[in-house]
Design a protein. Sequence first.
Length: 116
Amino acid sequence: MRVLAFEDHVDIEALLISGSVTMETLTFEQRWNSTDALQHIERLRPDVLLLDHFMPPMTGLQVLDALLNAVEEGAIDRPPTIVAMSSEPSCNEAMLNRGADHGIVKPRVATLAFWP
């Protein structure tokens, strides 16, 4: 499973490990800002895309909008699973309303059922 996280402060890999997610079966990459987000998504072709909201220069919602527009135009494939993982529940709700598959506060991301 390929996982791409956009998060500027919290080490998501450490968060997953502390939550007992088995990392040996994952290809994991974290981007610490959203610069060139679509290029990173296209390059890695993640099975799971994790989006924080408050992240420069684009918010997670802006990355999601750009991604879904590119998918609609046929320029990129949509990741099978998109997770809104802001610490602010209202930001997760906004991303869910735009097309994210899951919304969860960041400290609970390792509790999602799809992890190996």
